[in-house]
Write a protein that binds this ligand. Structure first.
Ligand code: DGL
Length: 293
C-alpha cells in the first residue's frame, strides 16, 4: 500500500471512529485489556516497554511460537498468520491492538487495520519517527528480518517523514536465534553484528534503527561495534509512547488502580517461551496458556 493510504487509515479521526464503534462508552472500554501479538518471544521487548510506560493497563500477549519465524516467510503467509492472531485477541474483548512484530507490521498492518474495529498500532511508524528525531545528518541505518527489509516499509515511512533522508538497510537473520539463545554479549554476537553492520558503518550513518523485536537485547553490542557517534534507536519504547498517546486522545486510558496484569498465550508448548521469555521480559513471565492452531 502506498504511504498516502496508510496515513489516512491511521489518522486520529479514523481511530476515533473505531473507538466510538466499540459502542459501550469510554469508561467501560477503558477497563478492557490491550492485545499484543508477535511471531513468538521477541515481542516481549515491546510488551516490556508498554508495561513500563502504562503500568496500570492490562495486557494480553499472544506469541505464535508454533509458526515463527515470520521473517523468512512470504507476505501472503505472514498476513494470514497475523490476521489469525488479531482475531484471537479481538475475541478477548481488547480495546486496542499492538502489532509488536516488525515483520507483521511491515507486511500486514493495513490488512489487519482494515478488518479491525479497535485502534491498531504497529511498530513501523513510531520507530521511523524516533529514528528521524534522533538523526542529525539524515543518514539512517535500518536493520530487520528479510521480510521487513524486503517490504521497504521503514524506508517509505522514513522518506515520508524526512524526504532527504539517506536510508541504508540490512537484513540480519542470524541475530534472532542469537538473541533467543541468550548469546547477546559474547564474541560470536559481536563478530556477527560487526559483519552485518560493516556496510552501514561505511555509509556513515549517525543513527541505527533496530527494526526487529529481538534486537534490543543486543543493544550493547550494537553500541560497541558502531561507537559513540551512532545513536541506537529501537521501536519498542517509541511504540509504547504512541500507544499511550492514542489511549489518552481516545479517552481509553485505564484510570488509577493497582498494577495491571499480563496474560500470555502461545501456540506451542509454553516451556521454552517461559524460560527464554524471562530474558526478554523479566521474571513476570510465569505461565502461559497454549492455544491450538
Ligand atoms: N518478531 C519478528 C520481528 O520483529 C522477528 C522474529 C521472526 O522472524 O518471526 O520481525
Amino acid at each position: 500500500m502506498p504511504p498516502k493510504s496508510r496515513r489516512k487509515k491511521t489518522s486520529k479521526a479514523a481511530l476515533t471512529h473505531r473507538a466510538a464503534a466499540i459502542g459501550r462508552g469510554a469508561s467501560r472500554a477503558a477497563d478492557r485489556p490491550i492485545g499484543v501479538f508477535d511471531s513468538g518471544i521477541g515481542g516481549l521487548t515491546v510488551l516490556r516497554a508498554l508495561v513500563n510506560a502504562m503500568p496500570v493497563e492490562e495486557f494480553i500477549y499472544l506469541g505464535d511460537t508454533a509458526r515463527l519465524p515470520y521473517g523468512t516467510k512470504s507476505n501472503e503467509v505472514i498476513t494470514r498468520y497475523s490476521r489469525e492472531n488479531s482475531e484471537f485477541l479481538l475475541a478477548k474483548g481488547i480495546k486496542l491492538l499492538v502489532v509488536a512484530c516488525n515483520t507483521s507490521s511491515a507486511v500486514a498492518l493495513e490488512n489487519i487495520a482494515g478488518a479491525t474495529m479497535v485502534p491498531v498500532v504497529g511498530v513501523i511508524e513510531p520507530g521511523a519517527r524516533a529514528a528521524v528525531r534522533a538523526s542529525r545528518s539524515g543518514k539512517i541505518g535500518v536493520i530487520g528480518t528479510e521480510a521487513t527489509i524486503a517490504s521497504g516499509a521503514y524506508t517509505r515511512t522514513i522518506q515520508r517523514l524526512r524526504p532527504k533522508a539517506e536510508i541504508y538497510t540490512r537484513a540480519c537473520p542470524l541475530l534472532v536465534p542469537l538473541a533467543e539463545e541468550g548469546w547477546v554479549d559474547n564474541d560470536i554476537a559481536e563478530r556477527t553484528v560487526a559483519y552485518y553492520l560493516e556496510s552501514l558503518k561505511q555509509s556513515g550513518i549517525d543513527t541505527l534503527l533496530l527494526g526487529c523485536t529481538h534486537y534490543p537485547l543486543l543493544a550493547g553490542v550494537f553500541k560497541r561495534v558502531l561507537g559513540p557517534s551512532v545513536k541506537v534507536v529501537d521501536s519498542a519504547s517509541a511504540t509504547a509512547d504512541a500507544v499511550r498517546e492514542h489511549l489518552t486522545a481516545l479517552n481509553l486510558a485505564r484510570g488509577c488502580g493497582g498494577a495491571g496484569r499480563q496474560s500470555f498465550f502461545v501456540t506451542e508448548s509454553p516451556d521454552r517461551f517461559i524460560r527464554v521469555g524471562r530474558g526478554f521480559f523479566g521474571p513476570g513471565v510465569e505461565s502461559a496458556v497454549r492455544i491450538e492452531r
